[in-house]
Design a protein around this ligand. Structure first.
Ligand code: HAM
Length: 409
């Protein structure tokens, strides 16, 4: 039998439903903030990601699916969505016109990583990108939009923010950081490489030895220029209704950020992991376009959100009603009842009449929360029900049963 590739998953039944739910919720909220849908290709020129995400990042340096197509052009499956959307914006010359655009997208991203919980080789992101807006108010707005999406989905995650400064303050921070690490020995191989190409990225290293060597490193927030400092303070004041952590070590795994960077972290994924992240990338718009531009956004890891939601679902059974006639003569009555229940709750009717015990195990197998049946033991307007969550069972009239089902969470 041909199996799916390592780190690539089919989304069947409940997984497919959860995926739809996340995308539907995120798209609806994004529209409330003035964002509209954009679709860009999965396959792009390798150069796009090298220039935007950065050659020294793990995403481009180690994890990209890249190959030569039939006309010998070097192409890559997109490891993330931002670069393609910026290419679409600058390609349409919208940057030249100074146009504002607010777009959202969702779809597959590809990273050749070691598959584990919450880490796939083909995964899905829901992302938003906003162009042409310089104000830090928009930075606060996209963070609040992301918080709203997570809240509506019932995801608890802690917000970490940082400012990565601009060209001016970042280069003086880089000098300071380089003099701090000078002479220090014992960094991992990756950090030795980062020290040469992008030293700030060392702050993101997960190796304990590297973390210890960086204790006492100069803080980015203390090196910001006047404008970046003011924007960072404004951002914090705009988020004052939210709980957040100012995290000087938050550098993100992609090179294109400047000023605002943020992540939402959850500990419902085994180890603490990001369910979403983003930031401002003005220099990238300038780099791929012809003049200085403004861009910012975020992306949500859809599978990570689905994993959290699924865990919760298995803790409390879904409010699904399962109906079964114990004798064929009751089927028309239950058929009609199923129609009434479906006006407000999901419901399955078995067309096959079964004995009580068999019918109940079929209902449990379907993940039902409430089992309802009718047999010879029930009076004319009477039905038998069992609530699988509470274990309660009784006989009720149709109206009583409908009232009870309405109450189900
Ligand atoms: P990112 O932090 O690389 O940012 O990815 C965003 C989210 O995608 C992560 O927080 C995580 O939830 C999910 N994710 C990343 N890698 C994997 C994986 N291998 N398997 C499953 N989920 C994963 C970006 O991609 C930026 N483009 C975000 C952005 C948009 N910044 C500005 N605009």
């Amino acid at each position: 039998m041909i199996q799916s590739l390592k780190g690539m998953k089919d989304l069947l039944d409940a997984d497919g439903k959860l995926y739809e739910r996340v995308i539907e919720c995120a798209s609806r909220v994004a529209r409330l903030y003035g964002y509209s849908f954009i679709l860009t290709p999965h396959l792009e020129a390798v150069e796009l990601f090298k220039r935007s995400v950065g050659e020294s990042t793990d995403i481009v340096g180690k994890e990209m699916y890249e190959f030569y197509d039939k006309s010998n052009k070097q192409v890559a499956l997109r490891p993330e969505g931002t670069a393609g959307v910026v290419r679409a914006y600058t390609g349409a010359k919208l940057d030249k016109m100074g146009s504002t655009r607010r777009w959202f997208y969702h779809g597959s991203m590809f990273r050749y990583e070691r598959p584990q919980l919450g880490r796939l080789r083909e995964f899905h992101q829901f992302g938003v990108e906003c162009f042409g807006v310089k104000s830090v108010y928009e930075d606060a707005t996209v963070i609040l939009m992301l918080r709203q999406i997570l809240n509506e989905l019932g995801i608890k995650a802690s917000l970490h923010i940082n400012s990565l400064g601009c060209k001016v303050c970042m280069s003086s921070y880089r000098e300071l950081f380089l003099s701090f690490i000078k002479g220090k020995k014992g960094f991992c191989k990756d950090c030795e490489h980062r020290a040469l190409h992008n030293p700030i990225r060392m702050l993101d290293c997960k190796e304990q030895a590297c973390k210890e060597l960086l204790v006492g490193a100069p803080k980015m927030s203390e090196c910001l220029c006047k404008e970046c400092k003011k924007d960072y303070e404004t951002l914090q004041s705009l988020l004052k209704g939210e709980e957040f952590i100012c995290d000087d070590t938050l550098v993100r795994g992609l090179d294109y950020y400047s000023k605002t960077a943020f992540e939402f972290l959850s500990d419902e994924l085994g180890a603490k992991a990001a369910v979403a992240g983003g930031g401002r990338y003005d220099k990238l718009v300038g780099m791929l376009g012809s003049k200085e531009g403004y861009g910012l956004g975020f992306a949500i890891g859809v599978e990570r959100i689905c994993h959290i939601l699924k865990q919760r679902q298995s803790e409390t059974k879904t409010p699904l009603v399962y109906l079964c006639a114990l004798d064929e003569c009751f089927l028309p009555e239950l058929f009609e009842l199923a129609g009434r229940i479906r006006q407000f709750k999901s419901c399955i009717l078995s067309y096959e009449c079964k004995k009580l015990k068999k019918a109940m195990s079929a209902a449990a197998l379907e993940g039902a929360c409430l089992f309802v049946c009718k047999g010879e033991d029930e009076a004319k307007d009477e039905l038998f029900y069992k609530d699988f969550n509470s274990g309660v069972s009784a006989k009720l009239s149709t109206d009583e049963l409908l009232a009870l089902i309405k109450e189900l969470g």
